[in-house]
Ligand binder design. Structure first.
Ligand SMILES: Nc1ncnc2c1ncn2[C@@H]1O[C@H](COP(=O)(O)OP(=O)(O)OP(=O)(O)O)[C@@H](O)[C@H]1O
Length: 242
């Protein structure tokens, strides 16, 4: 038996993300359907650091929600590390999302009455519901990596916006995701804090190989990413079309 000339893509060699013909419609009631994404083809290689830009309402968050397995496409296919996701049931999607994907949003979504450390611990607790020493040490290391050790026991509500966003980033990294989806994570921050959060995203990408999709309206930050995807009216603009 001879080996095939080209080995088939496996879970370890396949691109991080492959979208083919992804469409998304919302049902607005009374047989009124609105298509927001009109057939997106996108391949993202592992370790990519990619900005997602485009006018307000063009479909960036809708695309990110689909890539993050928070929402399903109406048509098309989406493979994450070689695994087709559109055939998975809700439990399968949730499991895959928890294993592979971390999220940072414009609003941090921390639990304000819990400390910075407790917020980072949350995703690590799993079904056990209690923190082991190893989990606590891991959460403390993550907080340290975003420069927040002095604030680890401070309630999330009592942190600055920039500090809260850094806790949110540490929490997103708790499960060592292959893909970090950041939807305008710097949108509410002053320039200095925005720079700090961006530098941390970059650091995670460089040191851990975590792929990053970063939605931003800030052209300066977009220019500092390795690639840019531009969404206009629910279509991806071809590279170099701007
Ligand atoms: N759940 C929903 N039901 C109906 N329409 C929706 C829903 N979510 C988003 N849309 C519509 O989809 C379009 C794209 O929205 P989306 O949030 O993806 O845009 P965006 O590019 O992220 O915008 P922004 O930069 O302002 O955040 C908008 O016209 C919006 O009204």
């Amino acid at each position: 038996m001879t080996a095939p000339a080209t080995a088939p893509a496996t879970a370890t060699t396949a691109p991080l993300l492959v979208l083919r013909g992804v469409r998304k419609s919302y049902n607005l009631g009374q047989r009124n359907e609105c298509e927001v994404l009109h057939g997106i083809d996108l391949t993202l290689e592992r370790g990519a650091f990619c900005a997602v830009v485009g006018p307000s309402g063009s479909g960036k968050s809708t695309l990110l929600n689909i890539v993050g397995l928070l929402d399903r496409p109406t048509h098309g296919s989406l493979a994450l590390m070689g695994q087709e996701t559109t055939t998975l049931d809700d439990a399968g999607l949730t499991r895959l999302r928890g294993q592979r994907i971390g999220f940072v949003f414009q609003y941090h979504h921390l639990l304000g009455a819990f400390t910075a450390l407790e917020n980072v611990l949350m995703p690590l607790l799993g079904d056990a519901g209690f923190a082991t020493r190893a989990m606590t040490e891991h959460a403390a290391e993550l907080l340290d990596s975003v420069g927040l050790t002095p604030w680890r026991d401070q309630l999330a509500d009592q942190l600055s916006g920039g500090q809260q966003q850094r806790v949110a980033l540490a929490r997103a990294l708790a499960m060592s995701p292959a893909l970090l989806l950041a939807d305008e994570p710097t949108g509410n921050l002053d320039t200095v804090s925005a720079d700090a959060v961006f530098a941390l995203l970059r650091h995670v990408n460089k040191t851990q190989g975590t792929s990053v999709l970063f939605v931003t309206h800030n052209p300066e930050l977009a220019a500092r990413c390795d690639h840019t995807i531009e969404v206009v009216d629910g279509h991806l603009l071809p590279a170099g079309a701007r």
